[in-house]
Design a protein around this ligand. Structure first.
Ligand code: BEZ
Ligand code: FE
Length: 287
């Protein structure tokens, strides 16, 4: 059988017709025409296809138990954020990317504890509240928190400098759905650039920076799990996040407080910054 460019596409689509899993069949039969159209549209050359294979091979070879270069590729192509947004809550707090640094269990901490285990940086108090979409507080919800330090590094990136668990905490909400913790204001930071994704950013004149943020995962029985951030309102790169994960509703003021009485009450140095976040969770049965 002689195949033309168009009939090859139809033949490949047809080759998946007997796939027993209907969702897998749908995905593959949609994917193939898009890929073929792309190849036709840019008139991909053999050396370019070879370069693409070498790039994807290098992405795979960079992966190990601590490094997921394919997720990073998905992040910088905006696909992680697209999938997150399509599958996020329809009425609660907006979600954003998980990122690669939630790789260790966060230590359990008490209301008011500090997650900044070493000195340095601007002291900060974060107050949060977990509620349902009806506004009712969710007592006993868990809130997993992780962030980089004031220099822009997560604990796992600096095992010789930061103690494990620095910048991390697993909190449980009180009867009013509240959590509170002390920390330092996180810095903006570059995503890992020592692999093929970094080379791609360099070759395309893209910077690798993410604006300063704190990560959260909130869970409560009977509710959908929420993965999100708060972004520091005066951080650089809010308009050009390397992984396209900023949503306006997630930008929070980290207000400067110059009040020795309040500083004493929170057990932080004066002046300090204060931020708050409300995490609104949908019932588990909402699409
Ligand atoms: C992060 O926020 O931790 C992150 C997200 C995507 C890529 C790299 C880092
Ligand atoms: Fe991060």
């Amino acid at each position: 059988m002689d195949l033309t460019s168009e009939s090859t596409t139809a033949a490949v689509v047809d080759s998946f017709a007997a796939t027993p899993d209907p969702r897998l069949r749908e995905i593959l039969q949609e994917l193939v025409p898009h890929l073929h159209d792309f190849v036709r549209k840019v008139r991909l050359t053999l050396p370019e296809w070879q370069a693409a294979i070498e790039f994807l091979t290098a992405v795979g070879q960079k992966c190990d138990e601590n490094r997921q270069e394919f997720i990073l590729l998905s992040d910088v192509l905006g696909i992680s954020m697209l999938v997150e947004t399509l599958n996020g809550q329809s009425s609660g707090t907006e979600s954003t990317v998980l990122g690669p640094f939630h790789m260790v269990a966060s230590p359990e901490r008490e209301h008011g504890d500090s997650i900044a285990l070493v000195g340095g940086g601007t002291p900060c108090v974060v107050s949060g509240r977990v509620v349902g979409t009806d506004g009712a507080p969710l007592a006993g919800a868990t809130v997993d928190v992780w962030q980089c330090n004031a220099e822009g590094f997560y604990d796992v990136q600096q095992p010789d400098v930061q103690p494990p668990g620095n910048g991390r905490g697993l909190f449980r909400t009180d009867a009013e759905g509240r959590i509170r913790f002390r920390t330092v204001v996180p810095s903006h930071y570059p995503i890992p650039t020592d692999g093929p994704v970094g080379k791609m950013l360099l070759a395309t004149n893209r910077h690798p920076y993410r604006p300063a943020h704190i990560h959260f995962i909130a869970t409560a029985p009977g509710h959908r799990e929420l993965t999100t951030h708060i972004f520091v309102a005066d951080s650089p790169y809010l308009d050009s996040d390397a992984v396209f994960a900023v949503k306006k509703s997630l930008i929070a003021d980290f207000v400067e407080v110059d009040d020795p009485g309040q500083a004493r009450a929170h057990d932080v140095a004066n002046p300090f910054r204060a931020a708050s976040i409300e995490l609104v969770l949908e019932p588990a049965d909402v699409g």
